[in-house]
Design a protein. Sequence first.
Length: 119
Amino acid sequence: MIYFRPYELRCQHCGQQGVRPEFLEILNQIREDWGKPLLVNSAYRCRNHHLEVSKPTIGTHTYGTAVDLDMPASLHYLFLQLVLTKHPVIQGIGIAPTYIHLDMGGMGKKRPLLWTYGE
């Protein structure tokens, strides 16, 4: 089953589609397991996207292996439990008050599996 529409996954700067098929497959599996809609805040980002140009090196969104999902804090624990137990291919999880970042890594950098975003 495919849960995400192409427009949800495009770069918000240029409209280019760059989410890798293998990552989209994982997102669809996570959505299937979650059993409820998942709202995408940001998926693929081109190198000229304002959130990428401000970084010293490009992030996983530019590799097409990351997504930020709208998620109220009240659901974070349950969602993280699902992702951590059923989807070990997810190598990066960032937690913010209103969203969760998921990625497959692939940047060749060492970093933690879980982190929080500053306030």
